[in-house]
Unconditional design. Structure first.
Length: 495
């Protein structure tokens, strides 16, 4: 504990964002470059060394948060990096993308703003790269066993890195032309610049992990053939089967899934396209869905210079303070949060009729109407109560030339044939069934991440990847020294 009184004398200060007018003109990360390190030591000093760190329990990775907070406060960045990487393969990803359930579990947040755990984590990860504290760690010897990992999202990459470091020969198969899964084509550049991803991939290549892109298992390579080639297979394909909105007018042109829209914008940033064919430029865009994916669409549409952008959330606007009866500490509360995209939309008044920033809360879509050419032109909505029942007399019509559906995902996509070819058993909700050791009904085949857990957070994805790696290592060798931070049935803390 660097400063025993730090939590009493130092207020919370977060990594400042660049001015809205500046950052919406580019695709760079929203934060002021270099502005985190000058404040982070004092912020780490706010950690109370509370004795029973509930931040550990709130984080599925079991990050050693008080330890690396203390080390950062003392400027011991190498030791802080060692502690951080002991539990997290990719802290620069979580430090930028995770909603920080650890902060909700911070003991200080009982009566004060939480420690800026996420910012400290990001500062350590970035400093580790700058100072060379994250070199490749190839295995001392090879086991002679081979593993195929299907999917290169955070789960697949974490599993592959752990298994490679354990001495197994690992090949990662990715259906897209570039590695990273949703981190590559789902997460906008302004939330995480892709050079962070490329740097980790180069580290993994240097450690010995092999990568195969543009390869769809089930189509380009038969699932049974792949299973026969390797001693074990890990399915980490994610939950990419998007949810639909079955309302009248859904068939109109101009209505797209969020994950049809976001990858194209990312390809513009990659240099593959000059302009996205689904660009929101000059259009009245409406985003249906109030989650993070919807916010990603919002920030993207703002940068594409949409004529207007409105985001619909079927839930009522949450309060600014935790409801101690419904969501007591240390659970993760549903609060009114202002993401960078919402801050931008509010400052630029992209949706003048919205309740707050660009969002309309307690809003349910009734139908779409279009023009004579079959293109969407308006969205009809109604206000709903807490039970999602329409409130009479609250109908409204929004202009809509582009509608983006950000309603979440139900499980893995079966179109590639992987699930059916292996005859995998599925859970009633559509995810891949597995036992307490992450094993599916097919011998030697394991499932992890959103494909088996269902749609979740990046921090849970990495934890799943580390845990399934331990299970596969045990399957191949009879025992394992790899850490297994969670089990397949563990869930976030809830009331």
């Amino acid at each position: 504990m660097g400063d025993p009184k730090g939590f009493m004398t130092t207020p919370r200060e977060e990594w400042p964002r660049r001015p809205v007018e500046e950052r919406v003109r580019d695709w760079n990360e929203v934060y002021v470059p270099g502005a985190l390190l000058p404040i982070i030591n004092k912020q780490a000093d706010r950690c109370m060394d509370c004795g029973i760190p509930f931040c550990h329990e709130a984080c599925p990775l079991g990050n050693l948060i008080p330890e690396w907070n203390d080390l950062v406060s003392r400027d011991d960045w190498r030791a802080a990096s060692d502690r951080l990487h002991a539990t997290n393969n990719f802290p620069e990803f979580t430090g930028r993308l995770c909603p920080a359930p650890c902060e909700a579990g911070c003991v200080l947040t009982i009566n004060q703003p939480a420690v800026t755990i996420k910012n400290v984590e990001c500062a350590i990860a970035d400093r580790a790269w700058e100072e060379g504290f994250a070199p490749p760690r190839p295995p001392e010897r090879l086991s002679g066993r081979t593993v195929a990992v299907i999917g290169s999202g955070p789960t697949g990459l974490a599993a592959a890195q752990q298994l490679t470091r354990a001495g197994h020969t690992v090949a990662v198969y990715e259906k897209d032309d570039r590695l990273g899964g949703l981190m590559r084509y789902g997460i906008p550049e302004f939330k995480m610049e892709k050079h962070h991803l490329e740097r980790r991939l180069e580290q993994m290549r240097a450690e010995g992990t092999k990568f195969r892109t543009s390869t769809v298992i089930g189509r380009d390579i038969g699932a049974a053939e792949l299973r026969a080639r390797y001693d074990a297979v890990v399915i980490a394909t994610g939950a990419t089967a998007w949810r639909e909105l079955p309302v009248p007018g859904r068939e109109l042109a101009g209505i797209h899934q969020a994950m049809e829209y976001l990858p194209l914008a990312n390809r513009v940033c990659e240099g593959d396209l000059e302009v996205s064919p689904l660009s929101a430029v000059g259009k009245h865009a409406v985003i249906v869905g109030g989650g993070d994916t919807g916010a990603d669409c919002l920030g993207t549409a703002v940068r594409e210079r949409a004529a207007s952008v409105t985001q619909l959330d079927i839930y009522a606007q949450p309060g600014a303070e935790r409801d101690e009866d419904a969501e007591p500490w240390p659970t993760y509360p549903k609060l009114y949060r202002l993401s960078a995209a919402h801050e931008e939309a509010g400052a630029l008044r992209t949706a003048p009729a919205a309740d707050a920033d660009a969002r309309l809360f307690a809003a349910s879509t009734l139908r779409f109407t279009g023009d004579a050419d079959g293109h969407v032109r308006s969205l009809h909505l109604v206000e709903v109560d807490a039970q999602r029942r329409p409130v009479p007399g609250t109908g409204r019509v929004l202009p809509a030339d582009l509608v983006l559906l950000a309603l979440g995902f139900s499980g893995p996509d079966r179109a590639d044939g992987l699930i059916d070819q292996l005859e995998l058993v599925l859970e009633p909700r559509g995810t891949i069934a597995r036992d307490a050791g992450f094993a599916t009904n097919v011998p030697g085949v394991f499932a992890a991440g959103d494909a088996a857990r269902g749609q979740s957070l990046i921090v849970w994805a990495i934890a799943e990847g580390r845990a399934v790696a331990a299970a596969v290592d045990r399957h191949l060798t009879g025992s394992s020294q790899l850490p297994a931070p969670i089990g397949p049935y563990d869930r976030p803390m809830r009331v």
